[in-house]
Ligand binder design. Structure first.
Ligand SMILES: Nc1ncnc2c1ncn2[C@@H]1O[C@H](COP(=O)(O)OP(=O)(O)OP(=O)(O)O)[C@@H](O)[C@H]1O
Length: 257
């Protein structure tokens, strides 16, 4: 499977946000971090791919334009997690995840859906939330239920907008490990918008860095996460160093005025 994005322009009726997005083809099993400063267009880009915003140019999955897929195939193929947390309803987590799966995976039996839900809850480590109402959950717990709603459907293209924004360090690692494993084991493609450069470095095989001028760089973490790109994208002086366990880490020294 290949996701191919060429000459894509994204934005809103009132304004263009990113022009002429041209990316190297993204292959099955790739987890791509979508990085860049506030308001640069990360969410807008993901919303466009998810069919929520209109765009011009090409976004193709296996040569077929994403926007041309029949509705049933489109919702079966894509799994989009918005930046906003799921609403605090009186429904319990299990019901919400079940409905999310049943609405899209009409090919699965009830037993298969239940098996998929059990599997996702176990991998995310949220079994204890299954029978809790969303209205009685913390923001981080709701974020994990939202992610379970996406993962349970086993989409081929995961579009996750800041999936760890409400999570503490333990759950950030847990969630990124689960997403990484899902993409690797199913051969899906994942695009994850994030402000956490260290999580991106550790779990993603490619980084797409957006700046006010559009696409600044895309490639392996080694290639694109450089002091120059940190300065150009974020307006900071920063470095990438190796920690004592051999992982690369980003150190942000100071904001450039
Ligand atoms: N519905 C909308 N109509 C018009 N402009 C919008 C709308 N939503 C967002 N924008 C603008 O589009 C630009 C990109 O916003 P977007 O949310 O995609 O940025 P982002 O990179 O995801 O930011 P952040 O890191 O702060 O979440 C911003 O200037 C924002 O003000």
């Amino acid at each position: 499977m290949t996701l191919s994005i060429k000459h894509m322009n994204v934005g809103y009726r009132s304004r263009r946000v990113i022009s002429d997005i041209n990316l190297p083809d993204i292959k099955s099993g790739s987890l791509v971090a979508v990085l860049g400063p506030n308001a640069v267009g990360k969410s807008t880009f993901l919303k466009s791919l998810a069919g929520i915003n209109k765009y011009s140019g090409e976004a193709r999955l296996n040569e077929a334009p994403l926007s041309g897929l029949p509705r049933s195939e489109f919702i079966r193929t894509l799994g989009y997690l918005p930046q906003t947390l799921p609403q605090a309803t009186t429904l319990v987590a299990y019901e919400l995840v079940f409905s999310a799966c049943r609405a899209v995976r009409t090919d699965l039996s009830q037993a298969e859906i239940e098996h998929s839900i059990d599997n996702v809850f176990r991998r995310l480590g949220i079994e204890s939330l299954a029978l809790r109402r969303l209205a009685e959950m913390s923001g981080g717990q709701r974020q994990m239920v939202g992610l379970a709603q996406v993962l349970v459907r086993q989409p081929k293209l995961l579009l996750l907008d800041e999936p760890t924004s409400a999570l503490d360090l333990h759950w950030q690692l847990n969630v990124l490990e689960t997403i990484r494993e899902e993409v690797t084991s199913t051969g899906a493609i994942g695009l994850v918008a994030s402000h956490d450069l260290n999580l991106a470095l550790r779990f993603c095989d490619q980084l797409l860095i957006l700046s006010q001028q559009g696409v600044l760089a895309m490639g392996s973490p080694d290639e694109v996460l450089t002091s120059d790109n940190l300065r150009l994208a974020y307006g900071i002086e920063g470095r990438v160093e190796q920690c004592s366990q051999g992982y690369p880490i980003v150190l942000a020294d100071r904001a450039i005025a």
